[in-house]
Ligand binder design. Structure first.
Ligand code: TPP
Ligand code: MG
Length: 281
């Protein structure tokens, strides 16, 4: 259970984070569906919708939600963190965030932060001559192409081995979690050394579906899921609900608790290391 309470000062911050999240969601849904009329200034007609749609919406609000919340702890704790997006078709979410931050327009000046640029951003996604539906090399900040499900968590562990200052926040799709490579990679925590390696923060995105089909981990009971992850050696936190304002608060409190856990694990391992060095042969 989260141990910290957010203050009234944080309420204003959470409101602004919600606004950022909603903007990222609009930019994501616009990329999937809109061919024209990017600011919906005119009544929507069929001519404004892309003739062939690729990509799906289901995973994106969750990816955007996690993105803005991780940004808060990165800024608050000055973290060195990488975001690994596992679920299928999360591309529009990551592109939306790069655009909101201004990085996208820095790299691609024609995709500017105005109506004309917005139209280009929306049209190019999953479109002939445009950008793929997954996070791809042309996405600013991206260092690895997505597309084949199953490898997010093993990449996260690989990134932090011998890299003690890095935190790899790894969003695992509940559909992705059903692939063989992902199902086995939970065990990579057995190879992690808190003194010499960084931290992996797996975030299981239980949106209930793999595209349109139900997922196993979203259908087993809360208790069974909790036990499963404790068995793997994790201390699971649940952030669940439907009301965005409650969810923002819960996520912020949970990430604060997670940061405390990480600091505690690091401190304890450092103390144990000094003690064993002093005890000598
Ligand atoms: C190895 C592999 N098998 C199948 C696919 C096709 N595929 C793309 S997205 C997806 C569903 C993924 O489910 P989840 O991770 O829960 O993402 P969500 O549907 O929630 O976005 C599948 C099966 C793939 N990309 N890679
Ligand atoms: Mg899913």
């Amino acid at each position: 259970m989260p141990r910290t309470k957010t203050t009234t000062r944080d309420a204003e911050l959470l409101k602004r984070m919600d606004a950022y999240w909603r903007a990222a969601n609009y930019l994501s849904v616009g990329q999937i569906y809109l061919y024209g009329n990017p600011l919906l200034k005119k009544p929507l007609t069929r001519a404004h919708i892309k003739p062939r749609l690729l990509g799906h919406w289901g995973t994106t609000p969750g990816l955007n939600f996690i993105y803005v919340h991780l940004n808060r702890i990165i800024k608050e704790h000055d973290l060195n963190m990488i975001y690994i997006a596992g679920p299928g078709h999360g591309g529009p979410g990551l592109v939306a965030n790069a655009y909101l931050e201004g990085t996208y327009s820095d790299v691609y000046p024609d995709v500017s932060q105005d109506e004309q640029g917005l139209k280009r951003l929306f049209k190019q996604f999953s479109f002939p001559g445009g950008i793929p539906s997954h996070v791809a090399p042309e996405t600013p900040g991206s260092i690895h192409e997505g597309g084949e499900l199953g490898y997010s968590l093993s990449h996260a562990f690989g990134a932090v081995f011998d890299n003690p200052d890095l935190i790899a926040a790894c969003v695992v799709g509940d559909g992705e979690a059903e692939t063989g490579p992902l199902a086995t990679s939970w065990h990579s925590n057995k190879f992690l050394n808190p003194l010499t390696d960084g931290v992996v923060l797996p975030i299981l995105h239980l949106n209930g579906y793999k595209i349109a089909n139900p997922t196993v981990l979203a259908r087993i009971s809360h208790d069974e899921l909790d036990h499963l992850f404790r068995g793997y050696g994790y201390n699971p936190y649940f952030v669940e609900g439907r009301d965005p304002s409650k969810m923002h608060r819960l996520m912020a409190e949970t990430l604060d608790a997670v940061m405390q856990d990480i600091q505690r694990i690091k401190t304890v391992s450092r103390k144990e290391d000094t003690r064993s060095a002093h005890s000598g042969p």
